[in-house]
Design a protein around this ligand. Structure first.
Ligand code: B1M
Length: 209
């Protein structure tokens, strides 16, 4: 079995220690960090995302895979800067103002990070203006919004409108999700994409850039 296939298998198993070790071993054998990232870690998390969407993997397993991927990513980080592997661009993520739920948002963050995006996590209860100014300052291609309450969902529209007023609506795509959010609602507020779960959020994020 190839080194990358073994990394992928251990991402799927969620074996954090093994992925860390295998990543170190691959580097010491002279594999490029960008190869390990794309063909090992990201390839593994792409399969996790697909399995999650197909309900072949569930949240506890997905979290373990995401942790395993993060362990490999930590090993690669200094080397990635060296060989200038560039990812899929920047994503500003957060839970909207008034909303403190962050488990789903964190899951989306981990998978999006695993897919090769650079993620700026603003946390929970994030002010509308903060999303817009952060996206502007960092030249982010996507703002990813999570809302778990029917009372906080409307804030997503304020952010879409705020981007319009700031004159950067055409530069930043808006991806929305969270338990009460629907595809219809996403369309209604003018968002560019909707993820029903973290796996589909990654798929949509990739299609937006
Ligand atoms: Co709250 N809560 N909660 N809560 N809570 C819900 C959401 C609720 C449905 C429970 C209920 O009453 N049945 C209800 C909302 C009702 C409604 O609005 N219709 C509710 C309520 C009412 C409240 C409070 C108002 C309770 C109170 O104080 N009276 C309060 C509000 C606080 C606030 O935010 N201002 C509150 C507080 C809390 C806790 C702090 C105790 C805790 C949050 C802890 C934390 O997040 N760190 C909490 C929890 C845990 C829940 C439930 C039980 C679980 C949420 C969760 O983490 N699920 C929840 C009931 C439920 O959902 N069954 C509930 C697991 C998580 C992985 O799923 O976040 O849905 P989820 O994310 C999914 C998808 O939605 C999607 O991907 C994820 C993975 O597949 N997704 C995205 C999420 N974000 C996405 C973004 C994307 C794409 C996909 O693109 C960017």
């Amino acid at each position: 079995m190839s080194d990358m296939k073994i990394i992928i298998d251990n991402i799927l198993k969620g074996d954090e220690d093994k992925v860390k070790l295998l990543t170190l071993e691959a580097l010491s054998k002279g594999e490029k960090a960008s190869e390990i990232l794309n063909n090992g870690l990201i390839a593994g998390m792409d399969i996790v995302g697909e399995k999650m969407e197909a309900e072949d993997m569930f949240i506890p397993e997905v979290l373990m895979s995401a942790k395993a991927m993060s362990a490999g990513l930590e090993v690669l980080k200094p080397h990635l800067a060296e060989d200038e592997s560039n990812g899929r661009g920047k994503v500003v993520i957060g839970t909207v103002q008034g909303d403190l739920h962050d488990i789903g948002k964190n899951l989306v963050k981990m998978l999006i990070e695993g897919a090769g995006f650079e993620v700026i996590d603003l946390g929970t209860n994030v002010e509308t203006e903060k999303f817009i100014s952060t996206a502007k300052e960092n030249n982010a291609g996507i703002i990813a919004l999570s809302a778990l309450l029917t009372t906080t969902m409307p804030v997503m529209k304020d952010i879409v409108d705020g981007l319009e007023s700031a004159g950067i609506r055409d530069k930043v795509k808006v991806l929305v999700g969270g338990a009460p959010v629907t595809e219809e609602y996403a369309k209604e507020i003018g968002a560019d994409g909707y993820g029903s779960d973290a796996g589909s959020a990654v798929r949509i994020a990739k299609s937006l850039v």
